[in-house]
Design a protein around this ligand. Structure first.
Ligand code: PGA
Length: 251
């Protein structure tokens, strides 16, 4: 059985370590009991060593630099987060791209994360879902650049998080429509198929992010045909995150 995966992207929240510990403890209570779903919690760098998670709940980072060590003031390397027990790293989130992260930088980070034997969660997503379909070639370019010169044996470890920017941080009713999501997933698989062959393109986990809540979780999984979620707002508290975990695990 291939497990689904749900990633809590805490972004720059919460402020205190006490709050982070409370949330991670609350989430772990349920996460540790799931049978068909892996859970990753990605806190801020400052909180990573301080949230203690049970063995079967994974620790994530929200970003990394591409070099291993050296004169890079203010940056954090893949080897450094790996040494803290991080197994998954979010790369190329739209909030970072909006601040200047380019496709080339995303590609370097993907390769650096793989070099450290961690799983890159590679974010892609268009700003506008135009009816003429221009967003499809935008997605295709993002995919081709992100995985440029990533070899097959590495590619099979990656997770692709499709996060349309227009659907992030809103109400559940504003999330992407599940049928539209399925169409986009098929398109992403087509592009991946051209790069790595059909079999591998169907194996790699494609997950969704953007206003995932308890109300839309089952529809997005079942009709959107995604293998999990990357969740921001609703992942900050056990009260809003755990119901989603339970729903997805029951499907
Ligand atoms: P959201 O964020 O769940 O708050 O929409 C998702 C994300 O940005 O990863």
């Amino acid at each position: 059985m291939v497990k689904r995966i749900i990633i809590a992207n805490w972004k720059m929240n919460p402020i205190s370590v006490v709050e982070a510990k409370t949330a991670s403890r609350g989430i772990s209570k349920i996460a540790t009991k799931l049978k068909k779903t892996d859970v990753v919690i990605a806190p801020s760098f400052t909180h990573i060593p301080l949230v203690s998670l049970p063995k079967n709940v994974f620790l994530g980072a929200q970003d990394v630099f591409w070099d291993t060590k050296g004169a890079f003031t203010g940056f954090v390397s893949p080897a450094q987060v790996s040494s803290l027990g991080v197994s998954h790293v979010i790369v190329g989130h739209s909030e970072r791209r909006a601040l200047g992260e380019t496709d080339e930088m995303v590609n370097k980070k993907v390769k650096a994360v793989l070099r450290e034997k961690m799983v890159p969660i590679v974010c892609i997503g268009e700003k506008d879902h135009d009816s003429s379909g221009a967003y499809l070639s935008f997605l295709s370019n993002q995919i081709k650049s992100a995985f440029k010169s990533v070899i097959r044996s590495d590619f099979q470890k990656v997770i692709i998080a499709y996060e349309p920017i227009w659907a992030i941080g809103k109400e559940a009713k504003d999330a992407m429509n599940a049928t539209k999501l399925h169409e986009t997933v098929l398109y992403i698989q087509k592009i991946l198929g051209e790069m790595y062959g059909r079999e591998l393109s169907l194996k790699v986990k494609i997950i969704y992010g953007g206003s995932v809540k308890e109300e839309n979780a089952s529809d997005l999984i079942l009709n959107g045909e995604v293998k999990g979620f990357l969740i921001g707002g609703a992942s900050l508290k056990a009260e809003t995150f755990n119901p989603i975990l339970k729903i997805v695990d029951s499907l």
